[in-house]
Unconditional design. Structure first.
Length: 68
């Protein structure tokens, strides 16, 4: 878990350094999706807390979408 958290921190630092400013909310949400999170808040919770992408994923919602 700690290794994953470290990798997420490195990703965040690299993105902010590349942009030379803090990205807007929409950009942060999209980057979070690429990392496997629903939005920026869930990414931050995983980065600073105990949550990870698995706790953010709801397989029930995924099954609903594929059934339609």
């Amino acid at each position: 878990m700690e290794r994953k958290r470290h990798a997420l921190r490195q990703l965040l630092v690299a993105v902010e350094k590349e942009l030379l400013k803090k990205p807007n909310r929409k950009t942060l949400d999209r980057l979070s999706l690429l990392a496997g999170f629903q939005n920026w808040e869930s990414f931050q919770e995983a980065l600073h807390g105990e949550a990870d992408a698995k706790t953010n994923y709801d397989p029930v919602d995924d099954k609903k979408e594929t059934a339609q």
